[in-house]
Design a protein. Structure first.
Lengths: 139, 128
């Protein structure tokens, strides 16, 4: 018989409960191992008719691809990275912004890229918040 | 009185601390359990791709996934369209979906030839 550490929620029997959602902890399931969090910023100031890409990064030095989560602040909202926005009309007043993130075995990267139309410029600052876990993606 | 099991961070009083972030473990709060994890590899042609892997859960689970670039040097989150710098401008992992049966990976290859792509996915305890 495999031995386990099980802590049930109040009102549930740790010895008999089978729904994992009713267990505060069970050693039968892996969990995310929180490593570090932080913030990164990228400032953009581009002229008209410009295609741009700016990157910022932070070292994690884990020598593996870690599980990670990145949020980006756009306007007043914090949202998961990967979103994009566009306004205006191509090719004159069009503005496009895209936010992306990735990791290597030593660093976490964030990126903003976009385009501007012939009659507009674009200036903004983007804040990112990241969480890195020690869980190895094994990719 | 409800009994609890608590492990506080170093320097924090386990009996008086009230901030959940100052605990390594606190039985009053559920842990974010990983029910399953795996890798999925597909061979794709040029253009958009939609690939699936069965999650095997009786509910629609909360999922998360990553895709490794074919250079094997970067791992991207969903929402990634492409690297602007050559030679990384050829694969994108646009979106991650889940339904009652499958984890679904949606993206695009800009390569002219077939490419092997690989994902790591996680299935978490909490149903959507």
């Amino acid at each position: 018989m495999t031995r386990k550490i099980v802590i049930a929620k109040t009102g549930y029997n740790a010895l008999t409960e089978t729904d994992s959602d009713n267990l505060a902890y069970s050693s039968a399931y892996n969990t995310l191992k929180y490593y570090v969090s932080g913030s990164l910023t990228i400032n953009v100031n581009v002229g008209s008719s410009t295609s741009y890409s700016y990157t910022n990064s932070v070292n994690h030095n884990l020598s593996l691809f870690p599980f990670h989560i990145i949020y980006v602040k756009y306007s007043t909202n914090w949202e998961m990275i990967g979103t994009n926005y566009s306004t205006g009309i191509w090719p004159t007043t069009y503005i496009y912004r895209k936010f992306e993130g990735w990791v290597t075995k030593t660093k976490l990267y964030v990126k903003v890229r976009g385009n501007t139309g012939t009659d507009v410029t674009d200036t903004y600052s983007t804040d990112f918040r990241y969480k890195i876990f020690k869980n190895n993606l094994n990719l | 009185m409800t009994r609890q099991i608590r492990l506080s961070k170093s320097g924090k009083n386990v009996l008086t601390e009230t901030d959940p972030n100052e605990f390594i473990f606190h039985s009053a709060y559920n842990t974010f359990k990983i029910l399953a994890s795996g890798t999925a590899t597909f061979t794709i042609g040029s253009g958009l791709f939609t690939k699936t892997v069965a999650h095997g859960q009786s509910i629609i689970p909360l999922v998360f996934a990553f895709m490794i670039c074919d250079t094997n040097e970067e791992v991207m989150l969903p929402g990634f369209q492409w690297f602007n710098t050559s030679p990384y401008d050829d694969l994108g992992f646009y979106q991650l979906y889940v339904d009652a049966t499958n984890v679904i990976f949606y993206g695009r290859s800009f390569k002219a030839t077939n490419t092997d792509i690989k994902f790591r996915y996680f299935i978490f305890e909490s149903p959507l």
